[in-house]
Design a protein around this ligand. Structure first.
Ligand code: SAH
Ligand code: SF4
Ligand code: F3S
Length: 447
């Protein structure tokens, strides 16, 4: 063994357990963390009981996300009591937001590492083991972990996430992400294509390209549409998805590439947040309702079969009944196939927190959210009913949750389809005729 192979194996075979909250970016980051820690001599375990280091990868997007994590940290106390020397690390967005104060508030925390300091984690763990609490929350303008091969923790073996960029420059007024994840930066496309090809060779059949605003991907003159083409070119059997495009700059060129490329899935997650131009302005979303509807029309023109899904926020600062009604009417006008729906949650440090009044009473927020959810349930059911009788290409992902006699997979539109097991297996492509549906699922039979 050459000297170059001698890494400082600070882990010495100690066992690492990691728990992940928040968005897909965090899921991807946990896979990078495990890869980095393994290279430093740690062993990954799925059994929290045998862990020497417990990491919790955290989310700050809404207050309830943080509350869940505080609750979980309290539960970790008993592991620490049972095993003196056990290290607890908080990583991710909440680590970035709360920094040293995390350790003060929760005495059991030994390590705090923000999203750009994971290369430093094993050193922080070593310091913590020798009694110095390890904190690194430096944000970077360059770190993309481009050279790190993530250890795939979600073992369905069919679909995987690939981060193509990090950070966000958009500063929507309600949002904490630009503060927790720092400046936007793109990753070298060659490393992205290499990662996707390795996944395909290992049997994966679907990759989702991830970023907070994938349309602004940029590397030496190459944009997001170019990257989509490069990844889709790897193999026609590799499905390509992406999340999330920002409505303000989803271009016709991206839509053209999608339309022209069969293995790019016909699904666009296009977060609207609100249907009221006045609210969108307050949110600093940089588009109007009309602009958004124009983009939806462009999607439908290029790809009539494309699914459109969204994120919506109820009860943002100053939202009037008319603004709320505009959100409901936007939902009807677009006819979303699916939506993530949230009550506005004020986040410390954001522009909204500093300059606006969180003035919508909790019960009004709840009522508006409930109206939004009820309408979306109707729209999802209508969308699914339109699919009954049609045929879709489905990529099989695994066993259905309800019955071991059935499998589930997804259509290109990202809808879950449940069907009889037969002799199919995860990773297979089947043509399925839809026979029935609920608002959440399609049922079908292979043809
Ligand atoms: N970058 C992505 C979204 C990331 S956060 C995008 O811009 O589309 C995911 C969703 O959380 C957002 O789309 C928004 O709907 C919601 N969200 C963000 N901050 C929030 C807050 N303070 N309160 C409630 N919902 C919020
Ligand atoms: Fe947050 Fe807006 Fe950036 Fe999305 S685009 S992460 S909502 S600031
Ligand atoms: Fe949460 Fe950070 Fe993602 S705040 S939603 S984990 S970018």
């Amino acid at each position: 063994m050459g000297l170059n192979n001698l890494r400082p194996a600070t882990g010495n075979g100690r066992k690492l357990y990691i728990e992940t909250y928040g968005c897909q970016m965090n899921v991807g980051d946990s896979e990078i963390v495990v890869s980095l820690m393994q290279a430093d001599g740690y062993f990954y375990t799925e059994d929290i009981g045998e862990a020497d280091v417990i990491l919790i990868n955290t989310c700050s997007i809404r207050d309830n996300a943080e509350q869940r994590i505080w609750g979980r940290l309290k539960e970790f106390k008993r592991y620490k009591r049972a095993k003196p020397g056990l290290l607890i690390g908080v990583i991710g967005c909440m680590a970035e937001r709360l920094r040293e104060s995390l350790m003060e508030q929760e005495q059991i925390v030994d390590i705090v590492a923000g999203p750009d300091s994971y290369r430093d984690l094993s050193k922080l763990a070593k310091d913590a083991a020798s009694g110095t609490r390890g904190v690194n929350v430096m944000l970077s303008t360059e770190e993309t972990y481009a050279d790190v091969s993530p250890v795939r923790l979600d073992k369905n073996g069919v679909s995987a996430f690939i981060a193509i960029m990090r950070g966000c420059n958009n500063y929507c007024t309600y949002c904490v992400v630009p503060y927790t994840r720092g400046r936007e930066r793109s990753r070298d496309p060659q490393t992205i294509v290499r990662e996707a090809r390795e996944l395909f060779d290992a049997g994966y059949r679907e990759v989702t390209l991830l970023g907070q605003n994938v349309n602004s991907y940029s590397w030496n003159g190459k944009g997001f549409a170019d990257l989509l083409e490069m990844v889709a070119d790897i193999n026609p059997l590799l499905r390509v998805r992406f999340a999330t495009p920002h409505p303000k700059d989803i271009s016709d060129r991206v839509l053209e590439v999608m339309a022209a490329t069969p293995n790019i899935c016909k699904h666009i997650h296009l977060p609207a947040q609100s249907g009221s131009t006045r609210m969108l302005e307050q949110m600093n979303r940089k588009y109007t309702r009309e602009w958004y509807l124009d983009r939806v029309a462009a999607i439908r023109r290029h790809m009539p079969e494309c699914a459109i899904t969204t994120d919506l926020i109820a009860g943002f600062c100053g939202e009037t009944p008319e603004d709320h009604a505009a959100t409901l009417s936007l939902m009807r006008e677009v006819g979303y196939d699916f939506a993530f729906m949230f009550k506005y949650s004020e986040r410390p440090g954001t522009q909204a927190e500093r300059t606006m009044d969180d003035d919508i009473p909790e019960d009004v927020k709840t009522q508006r959210l409930n109206e939004i959810i009820a309408l979306q349930n109707e729209l999802s059911l209508e969308s699914n009913r339109r699919d009954v009788g049609k045929r879709f290409e489905v990529l099989v992902e695994g066993e259905s949750k309800r019955s071991s006699e059935q499998l589930f997979g997804r259509t290109g539109q990202n809808k879950v389809v449940v069907f009889d097991r037969g002799s199919y297996k995860p990773g297979d492509y089947l043509t399925i005729e839809i026979t029935d549906c609920s608002s959440a699922t399609l049922m079908g039979r292979p043809v």
